[in-house]
Ligand binder design. Sequence first.
Ligand code: SF4
Length: 326
Amino acid sequence: MHPFAFTKASDTREAVNAGRRGGRYIAGGTTLVDLMRETVERPETLVDISGLPLGEVTVTERGGLRIGALVSMSEAAAHPKVRTLYPVVSEALELSASAQLRNMATIGGNIMQRTRCTYFRDVTADCNKREPGSGCAALHGHNRTHAILGTSDDCVATHPSDVAVAFAALDARVHLLGPDGQRQVPFTDFLLRPGNTPQREQALRKGELITTVEIPAHPRPLKSGYLKVRDRQSYEFALTSAAVALHVRGGVIREAKVAAGGVGTVPWKLSAVERHLTGERPSDALWSAAAERAADGARALQHNQFKVELLQRTVERQMRIVGGTK
Ligand code: SF4
């Protein structure tokens, strides 16, 4: 591990000032410390933000939810409001990592976590994300777990978070505090596709700190859930996943929110599927027809062609679980 300076921020202003000077924020440390041990990450200064007052879940005036960046994954998953209003968020969290990691890792850290691409974590391999301009070993290497959506010639790594898929489906917004004050970014704009700058992963300005993730109010009742398909049943990242939320009134789907994980360089919002569902009556035929749109635009690599059909099946199955069958 490379030497680094360590400072603990006593308030958000102090944290942002330290971040503006180049410090890296750390809270649970479940990703960053691993990467530092492997010398993939070599920050000069760590800024401990674990003492900041960003650890609450609150209901907004309109009936949405604000989840503080420092709420642990396990606290968020177990929170009564999260469980009742947005089960898709609870389920995505509970299907992530291990119980020990969920107790340490925070919501802010979870959406900031870096890819599990093995070449990224192997400092002897070519990796544009770790070392811009060095190449991408995964393009012609072992790419079974890599992305089929949102890829570029420079990077094909998936985003590893489960709860980020639920946030994308629910049109969440990320609240940020930086040297120039507060701002909000739609979740689907916060995480960046690789393009030709895969090393740039979030729409963060220098020194900006995530303060909360806000899920807007959706019409109720809203039924939702998360399905994760993986090589083993625990402590494993998604090959494919689907977050689905449906508001059905009078036998008609009035609002559909759908996103996929394990397949995109960012959590993948399935707008074509949402449009296909909206205004229709739930039925097996509808789920099947809508799911065919789930892999629109997919570009498979040598070893992950199977993800195209697996994605369609995952989305179809989760729509059927949430929306029922007729
Ligand atoms: Fe690096 Fe991305 Fe290629 Fe993986 S897929 S080796 S993270 S550039």
